[in-house]
Design a protein around this ligand. Structure first.
Ligand SMILES: [Mg+2]
Ligand SMILES: [Zn+2]
Length: 177
């Protein structure tokens, strides 16, 4: 087992929401052709990646549990996003999704920590070394739940977040500061 030491000053692991954070929120996005990168999203991710951050996506996809689209549909949207980012020189290290509806009461629907728990097992990082970025108060709540180093809200009121930014380039600057 790898011992995690000296992580305090290392580039953080960035836990990113997907819809409304990296791509336009289409309200239960079901088709690959609806995937549309937000302005400065690729540039911001590239900057974080160059700074040594690991990029992990954690996304609630309750459209699956609600029966609006299938896992296969979701996987097509994920593949399209990966391809679009690859064209921009960005590689996501991992993508984790919750397929459940709120009624399922699962442990992985954000703001619950299940997705981060899974990612942390796979990538061996401490929760406190994460930066959480999302567009909803529930993303910020996730950050609080895991004791994240920093919680950043994008395109919305600051609320309980540590910082409010317009896009991922601004988020990258906050992480580097
Ligand atoms: Mg979102
Ligand atoms: Zn879930």
């Amino acid at each position: 087992m790898t011992k995690i030491t000296g992580t305090k000053n290392a580039a953080p692991v960035v836990i990113l929401d997907r819809d409304g954070t990296i791509i336009a929120d289409k309200n239960y996005l079901a088709r690959a052709e609806q995937v549309e990168l937000l302005p400065n999203a690729a540039a911001g991710l590239r900057q974080m990646q160059r700074a040594g951050c690991r990029l992990l996506v954690a996304t609630n996809q309750s459209g699956i549990g609600r029966g609006y689209f299938t896992v296969a549909d979701y996987e097509k949207t994920a593949a399209r996003l990966a391809a679009m980012l690859a064209d921009e020189g960005v590689r996501l290290d991992g993508v984790y999704y919750c397929p459940h509806s709120p009624a399922d009461g699962c442990a992985c629907r954000k703001p619950r920590a299940g997705l981060v728990e899974r990612a942390a097992r796979e990538w061996r990082f401490a929760w406190r070394d994460c930066v959480v970025i999302g567009d909803k108060p529930s993303d910020i709540e996730l950050g609080k739940n895991i004791g994240a180093r920093l919680s950043i809200i994008i395109g919305a009121e600051k609320g309980a977040a540590d910082a409010a930014v317009a896009d991922l380039v601004e988020a990258a600057a906050v992480i580097e500061s």
